[in-house]
Design a binder for this molecule. Structure first.
Ligand code: FUC
Length: 784
C-alpha cells in the first residue's frame, strides 16, 4: 500500500463528559463462517483433527462415523524426571577457549568446547500423549449432511451427520472452570446411541469401575526417571438404554443421549518439578468428574463458554468488507495454496492463534510447549520441548498485543521456576557466574545445563531472552507490583550473569559474549572449514543490549540505583554492537565470514528489529538498511522454509512497514507451512508459527515499540477495508479501529493508565495527554 493512501488528518476529540464516549464493546460476531474451522469429512489423520483445550487438558477430535477417535493430553505428562546436574567446573576451560577464538583458531577452540564444556545432556525427555479415547458406534454406511467444525467463538468442536434418517450430533469441549473434557452424543431420534467406550495408551493400567467409569492409571514407580504419574477418570452418563462394563471397556446400548466426562491429575509439581507431589491425585480426578457430573450439560457448557469468551471476545478482527465464503476451511486453504487471496482466512488464522493460546496457556498451567498441549506421540519431535532459542518465546509474542495478558502468566511462572530451581545453579557450577543462565532448550523438569553439538548446545542467551517478556508485560499493563516483584528480580538475575559472562575483546576493548554460537548456524572459517563457535556473535550482543536496557528501565521506574545498575550501565556503554559487512548486510558474527547456508532458517541477528526494538527507522536508519539487505538475502537463498521462520519474517517486514512483503510472507505461511487444521508446520507440527503468525498480523495493524502508537503501519491492499477492536499498545492503551479503502475511518484509543499518548498514522502525528479510563476518538479525513 502506498503511503499516500494513508494520508489522513486526524481530528482529536477529547472525551469530557462521562458516558459521552463509552469504551466500545466487542463488535457483534457473525456466526459460523468467519469464526469457525469446518470440514465436510472426518479427519483422516491427526493433522486434520480439531483441537480443544482448557490450558491443561487437550483433545484432538477426529469426527469419525463408525469410530470416533479423541486423542487426549494433559500438559504435565512428560517422560523423565531426574535432575541432571551441570558438570561442575566447566568454566576452567573458558580462558583458553576464548584465547583461541580471539586468535582465530576455531578448530582447536571447538575441540575444547566439545571435550570440556558440552559434557552435559542435551534434549532427551518428551511431552507425551495421555492416550486415546475410542468410541465405537457400530454405525455403517455413508452419511449425508456431514459437518465437522470448531467454533472459535465458543471453543466447542461439533460433528453432525445424517445416517438412515437419523441426525447425529457430537459436541466436545475442554472446560477451564470444571477441569474436564466434556463430550456429548445425541441424536434426533430416541434410543439411537450405542457405543463401545475404550481408553488406550502404552505404559498404563486401565480398569472399569462400576458400569459407568473407566480409570487409566500410570503407576507409581521408584525409578526417578520413569515419567509423570497420572490418573485419568472417564465417566459415562447415559439417558435411556443400558450401560455396562465389559472388561476394560464400557458398553452403552440404545441410549437417547450419552455424556462423557474426563478428568486427569498427575504427580507433577508445578513449583518444583524435581520434588513430585505426594498428594492423592486419583482422588482429585475422581472429585473433578463427580462435581462436573452433578451439573446438567447445558450448565457445564455455559460455564465453559462464558469463561472462554471472557478472554476470546476481547478482540475482534475483520480484514474484508465481505463475509467469508461459505466453504470448508481445507478448501479455502487449498485455494490460497493455489494463489488465491482470502483475507477472511487470514483473520481466521489470527483468531485461531488467540484460540490456541487461550486453550494451551491458562494461569496456573505449564507454559505452552512445542505443540501447545496437543501431541499424539510418546516421544514427540524434539520432545515437544521448550526450545528457547526462538520457539517458546515466539509462542508468547501475541499474548500482550492481542489482549491475553493472563495467558502470558504460565511463561512467567516457568521462567522464574527455571531460574530458581536450576538456572542459578548451572550459572554457578558451569560458568562460575552469578545470576541465572538458560541454554537453547529446557523441558518440564526445568533442565538448564547443556550438551550435544555446539551448533545448538553452546548458546547461553536463552534465559536472558525470556526475561524480555517480563518487561513487555509491564509496558502493556503498567502493573508496578509485577515490575517490582517479578520483572525486576528476573531481569537483574539475567543481567548479573551477563556481566560475569562478558569479556573485553583484546583488539577493540569492547565487551563481547562467548564462547557462543549464532543459534544453529555455521560460518566458514579462514581454513575453509565450517565452524559455529565464536566470540561476540551479533544475536548475543543484541540480547545483552536488550536485557541491560530493560533492566535499567525497570530499575529507573522503581528508583533503584546500586552497584549492579552502575555496572550494567558501564558495561552497556562498552558493549560491542553488530557491524555491517562489505555488501551492506548486518553481520551475523563479529567478523565477516562466508556462510555455508545463506538461506538459514534462523535470522537471529535481526533480534534487535523484532522482538527487540534496538533497531528502528527513527533511531538507527543505517542498521535498518543493513537489516533489510540481510533479510532480502536470506529470502533470496530459500530462507523462511520452516513455519516459525516464516512467521518471524512477517514480523520483521511489519517492523519495516513493508505491507507487501509482510503480506507475501503471510501467504507463504498459509501456502507452505499450514496443515488442514491450520496447525503450523515446521514440518512437523510446531505451534510457534501459529503464534508468531498471529503476532505478525497484529504487528501489521498496530505497533507501539518506538515511543508512539502507529496505526495501520503495514496495511496491504488485499485488506482494503476492515476493522479491529481490543488490540493493546504499550503504555496501556486499548484500540478499536475501522478503515475503508486503505484509510482510517475512526480510531478509538482507550487510555488504561493515563499515560501521555503519541499516535502516528501515515504522515500525521498527534500528541495528547490522557486520563485513565477515557477513550479518545480519532476521525480520519482525506487530504489527497
Ligand atoms: C529450533 C529450530 C528448529 C526446530 C527446533 C524445535 O532449534 O532451529 O528448526 O524448530 O527449534
Amino acid at each position: 500500500m502506498k503511503k499516500s493512501l494513508l494520508l489522513i488528518s486526524l481530528l482529536l476529540a477529547l472525551t469530557t463528559a462521562a458516558g459521552a464516549q463509552t469504551t466500545p464493546s466487542p463488535a457483534p460476531r457473525a456466526a459460523g463462517g468467519d469464526l469457525a474451522l469446518w470440514y465436510r469429512q472426518p479427519a483422516k489423520e491427526w493433522l486434520e483433527a480439531l483441537p480443544v483445550g482448557n490450558g491443561r487438558l487437550g483433545a484432538m477430535v477426529f469426527g469419525g462415523i463408525a469410530q470416533e477417535q479423541i486423542q487426549l493430553n494433559e500438559d504435565t505428562i512428560w517422560s523423565g524426571g531426574r535432575a541432571y546436574p551441570a558438570p561442575a567446573g566447566a568454566y576452567q576451560s573458558l580462558p583458553e577457549i576464548r584465547r583461541l577464538l580471539f586468535a582465530g583458531s576455531y578448530a582447536e577452540a571447538e575441540a575444547l568446547v566439545r571435550s570440556q564444556l558440552l559434557t552435559g545432556r542435551g534434549e532427551g525427555n518428551s511431552y507425551q500423549t495421555m492416550g486415546d479415547l475410542f468410541l465405537t458406534t457400530g454405525l455403517t454406511g455413508e452419511p449425508t449432511d456431514y459437518r465437522r467444525s470448531l467454533d472459535l467463538e465458543t471453543g466447542v468442536a461439533t460433528t453432525t451427520f445424517k445416517l438412515d434418517g437419523v441426525m447425529y450430533r457430537r459436541e466436545v469441549f475442554s472446560s477451564a472452570p470444571d477441569q474436564v473434557i466434556a463430550i456429548r452424543l445425541t441424536a434426533d431420534h430416541p434410543g439411537k446411541i450405542s457405543l463401545g467406550i475404550a481408553l488406550q495408551r502404552a505404559e498404563v493400567q486401565i480398569e472399569a469401575s462400576g458400569n459407568d467409569t473407566l480409570i487409566m492409571n500410570r503407576p507409581v514407580s521408584d525409578d526417578p526417571d520413569s515419567g509423570v504419574k497420572f490418573v485419568a477418570v472417564l465417566k459415562a452418563i447415559s439417558t435411556g438404554g443400558t450401560a455396562k462394563a465389559d472388561g476394560q471397556r464400557l458398553v452403552v446400548s440404545d441410549a437417547d443421549e450419552v455424556t462423557l466426562l474426563l478428568a486427569a491429575a498427575t504427580d507433577y509439581n508445578r513449583i518444583n518439578p524435581l520434588a513430585p507431589l505426594k498428594t492423592d491425585f486419583r482422588a482429585k480426578a475422581v472429585a473433578q468428574v463427580m462435581a462436573a457430573s452433578a451439573q446438567p450439560w447445558t450448565a457445564l457448557a455455559a460455564r465453559s463458554v462464558a469463561d472462554y469468551q471472557r478472554l476470546f471476545c476481547r478482540v475482534d478482527l475483520k480484514l474484508s468488507a465481505t463475509p467469508a465464503p461459505d466453504l470448508p476451511t481445507d478448501e479455502r486453504l487449498q485455494a490460497v495454496q493455489g494463489g488465491a487471496d482470502d483475507p477472511n482466512l487470514v483473520a481466521l488464522y489470527f483468531h485461531y492463534g488467540r484460540y490456541l493460546l487461550i486453550s494451551s496457556s491458562r494461569p496456573g498451567d505449564l507454559a505452552s510447549n512445542a505443540q501447545g498441549i496437543w501431541n499424539k506421540e510418546m516421544y514427540a519431535p524434539w520432545g515437544a520441548d521448550y526450545h528457547i532459542n526462538i520457539n517458546r518465546q515466539m509462542d508468547y509474542w501475541p499474548a500482550e498485543v492481542t489482549n491475553l495478558s493472563e495467558c502470558h502468566e504460565p511463561f512467567f511462572d516457568f521462567v522464574e521456576a527455571y531460574a530458581a530451581v536450576s538456572g542459578r545453579q548451572t550459572a554457578k557450577d558451569y560458568y562460575g557466574a552469578r545470576g541465572f543462565v538458560g541454554h537453547y532448550t529446557t523441558d518440564a523438569w526445568l533442565y538448564t545445563p547443556t550438551g550435544g553439538q555446539p551448533k545448538w548446545a553452546l548458546w547461553q542467551m536463552g534465559g536472558a531472552w525470556c526475561t524480555r517478556h517480563f518487561i513487555e508485560h509491564y509496558w502493556f499493563t503498567g502493573d508496578r507490583g509485577f515490575l517490582q516483584d517479578r520483572a525486576y528480580p528476573v531481569l537483574r538475575d539475567a543481567s548479573v550473569f551477563l556481566l560475569d559472562w562478558l569479556v573485553p575483546n583484546p583488539k577493540t576493548g569492547k565487551l563481547v559474549a562467548g564462547p557462543g554460537t549464532s543459534p544453529e548456524n555455521e560460518f566458514t572459517g579462514p581454513d575453509g572449514k565450517n565452524y559455529c563457535v565464536s566470540m561476540g556473535g551479533s544475536m548475543d550482543q543484541e540480547i545483552i543490549w536488550d536485557t541491560f536496557s530493560n533492566f535499567l528501565t525497570a530499575a529507573h521506574e522503581l528508583g533503584i540505583e546500586d552497584d549492579v545498575t552502575a555496572q550494567v550501565r558501564t558495561s552497556l556503554a562498552r558493549l560491542a554492537l553488530p557491524g555491517v559487512g562489505a555488501d551492506g548486510r548486518l553481520l551475523e558474527w563479529a567478523e565477516e565470514f562466508k556462510e555455508p547456508e545463506p538461506g538459514h532458517r534462523h535470522i537471529s541477528h535481526l533480534y534487535g528489529l523484532y522482538p527487540g526494538h534496538q533497531f528502528t527507522q527513527n533511531r538507527t536508519p543505517e542498521c535498518m538498511a543493513a537489516a533489510r539487505k540481510t533479510i532480502d538475502y536470506r529470502l533470496a537463498h530459500g530462507g523462511g522454509h520452516t513455519g516459525w521462520s516464516r512467521a518471524w519474517i512477517i514480523n520483521y517486514w511489519a517492523r519495516f512497514h513493508d505491507a507487501d512483503k509482510a503480506y507475501e510472507n503471510i501467504q507463504a505461511l498459509l501456502q507452505r507451512s499450514t496443515a488442514k487444521n491450520l496447525f503450523d508446520m515446521h514440518p512437523p507440527f510446531q505451534i510457534d508459527g501459529n503464534f508468531g503468525g498471529t503476532a505478525g498480523i497484529a504487528e501489521m495493524l498496530v505497533q507501539s515499540h518506538d515511543g508512539e502508537i502507529n496505526l495501520l503501519p503495514a496495511l496491504p491492499k488485499q485488506w482494503n477495508s476492515g476493522s479491529f477492536s481490543g488490540l493493546r499498545a504499550r503504555g496501556g492503551f486499548e484500540i478499536n479501529l475501522s478503515w475503508k479503502d486503505g484509510r482510517v475511518e475512526r480510531a478509538e484509543i482507550k487510555s488504561l493508565l493515563g499515560q501521555p499518548c503519541r499516535v502516528h498514522c501515515g504522515t500525521v502525528v498527534k500528541d495528547f495527554p490522557t486520563v485513565a479510563g477515557r477513550t479518545y476518538t480519532l476521525h480520519g479525513e482525506r487530504l489527497d
